[in-house]
Design a binder for this molecule. Structure first.
Ligand code: AMP
Length: 398
């Protein structure tokens, strides 16, 4: 079966068509600037680019162009859309309702809508993507895969905040965690790489990209994760602050006479690597600036490094030890310098890397030193394949 994976943003739509017979990606596409001037579709097939520049006023029109591109006589990969057996949609927030992926039905759409207050930026966009695909492919089964569902195994002691319990009971204020599909893939793949069962292992997965989160996976189940009610909590990220004392907000707001929306804009968009370094939200730029002697860029790198160390230490303590530390996402997969600085002085945990092996970028690798008790791995993430596998399983068993 060929499965289409859709990840819809407010003005963008990413897609991928995967042939599940051999899990090969047939085509990858990105539609940008939906609903604004300059709409553009870029599709890649075997490295060859196909670009369509035409107005796309909404996600329905964008989805029509996606199907047109996939079935294009010259640049397409299927003859007609009947060859697409199912669509798997990435959805940010499943709240507490979804502990696993589900076939999309009216009640599921309603539940995604109910979770809009928890994911105000992403869930409406994800819904637009689902509804647009339903409109242009009315007979194709669709599945929703949530970024939050892998983390639903966390115990209350991990997901509750120290605020009156009333807020959890009434408003469902709690830690949800994100990047769940990535943490799930990477933890399972890490176990596989070592020929072991994930149910026998304690794994710390470090998803370090523009957004970053770390998860403790104890015998196959998430027991804690660094992101919270929203993806703002945890490590410092490209533009997000990560953990701060909440009173910092009141202090800044009172002094600078700004409101909570402006404050949150600062914490989400102007903090983290870009806010500290003043250079960029991109790790490569920050590393280059630090190498040229920019002290503020160095602060940003040191803060990220220390934050990762603290989570690894904490999660090892929570699980009573750790068997695998796995690095993934843009920085985790491609940043030997950060991996090296994070893993320095981790011998007390039994974890040591081999600097030569650590030079790897973007490939699966065991970078542990031969005498390291903890395996340290680089595992490129593959959220699309998880979405495709879940979709296949659900539609074939439906
Ligand atoms: P992602 O959100 O997973 O796409 O990751 C984006 C982040 O990965 C950005 O901060 C990039 O600078 C970083 N990244 C990509 N390639 C490299 C590299 N070769 N070295 C260090 N960071 C990298």
């Amino acid at each position: 079966m060929k499965i289409l994976i859709v990840n819809a943003g407010s003005s963008s739509l990413k897609y991928q068509l995967i042939d599940m017979d051999d899990e090969k990606t047939l085509a990858k596409g990105l539609i940008e600037r939906i609903g604004i001037e300059g709409s553009k579709l870029t599709q890649r097939v075997d490295g060859e680019k196909f670009i369509v520049e035409t107005p796309m006023k909404n996600h329905v029109v964008a989805s029509e162009h996606m199907l047109k591109a996939l079935t294009d006589e010259k640049h397409g990969v299927v003859k007609n859309m009947d060859e697409i057996g199912a669509v798997g949609h990435r959805v940010l927030h499943g709240g507490e309702k979804f502990t696993a992926s589900v076939i999309i039905s009216e009640p599921v759409i309603e539940a995604i809508k109910e979770n809009i207050p928890l994911g105000p930026l992403h869930n409406p966009a994800n819904l637009m993507g689902i509804q647009a695909c339903q409109e242009v492919m009315p007979n194709t089964p669709m599945v929703a895969v949530f970024d939050t569902s892998f983390h639903q195994t966390m115990p209350p002691k991990a997901y509750l905040y120290g605020v009156p319990l009333e807020y959890y009971k009434r408003l469902r204020v709690r830690r949800y965690g994100f990047h769940g599909t990535s943490h799930r893939y990477v933890s399972a793949r890490a176990a596989e790489m070592l020929g072991k069962k994930k149910e026998d292992l304690r794994i710390i997965t470090c998803h370090l990209g523009n957004g970053s989160s770390i998860t403790a996976v104890d015998h196959g189940k998430c027991v804690d994760t660094s992101m919270g009610l929203t993806p703002l909590e945890g490590l410092i990220m490209g533009t997000r602050s990560g953990n701060i004392d909440p009173a910092v907000m009141q202090f800044i707001m009172n002094n600078d006479k700004i409101d909570i929306n402006e404050m949150l804009e600062i914490l989400n968009k102007k903090s983290g690597l870009v806010g500290i370094s003043g250079v960029s939200s991109d790790m490569r730029d920050v590393e280059d600036a630090a190498a040229e002697g920019n002290q503020e860029a160095q602060y940003a790198l040191d803060m990220l490094d220390m934050g990762i160390k603290k989570y690894i230490g904490a999660y090892a303590a929570v699980m009573g030890g750790v068997d695998i530390i796995a690095f993934t996402a843009g920085i985790g997969e491609n940043g030997p310098e950060l991996r090296s600085s994070v893993m320095k002085d981790m011998e007390f945990l039994g974890a040591k890397i081999d600097e030569e092996k650590n030079k790897v970028r973007g490939k699966e690798a065991d970078i542990s030193a031969p005498d390291s008790k903890v395996k340290v791995l680089v595992v490129p993430t593959n959220e699309e394949i998880v979405i495709a596998r879940d979709t296949l399983e659900l539609v074939t068993n439906a």
